[in-house]
Design a protein around this ligand. Sequence first.
Ligand SMILES: [Zn+2]
Length: 94
Amino acid sequence: MMFKRCPGIRSLVEPQIIIRRCPFCDEEIEFFEYETHLTCPKCGRIVYREPSESCLSWCEYAERCITDLESRGLINKDRAKELRKFIGEERGSR
Ligand SMILES: [Zn+2]
C-alpha cells in the first residue's frame, strides 16, 4: 500500500508531541498534535493545547497560558497579541 498521495498520514503515524505546562498546577503535559485538550494527570483539570477565544475571556489563567505558548514557539508574536485581545474583554464590564 502506498500513501504518497496523503501527506496527512505521516502525522498519524508519527504524531508530533507538543509540551505544554498546565496553567493550574505547572505540571508538564504532552499533547499529540491531533489532541486539542487533555485532562491534566496531576490536578485533573482540562488543559487546552491552544486557548479558545471564549475561554480567554473568562479564564484567570489566560495570560499565563498565552505566555507559555509564546515562549515555547507554539504561537508567534502576532497570534499571541491577537489572543491577548480577548482577555478580560467581558470581564471589564462586570
Ligand atoms: Zn494541572
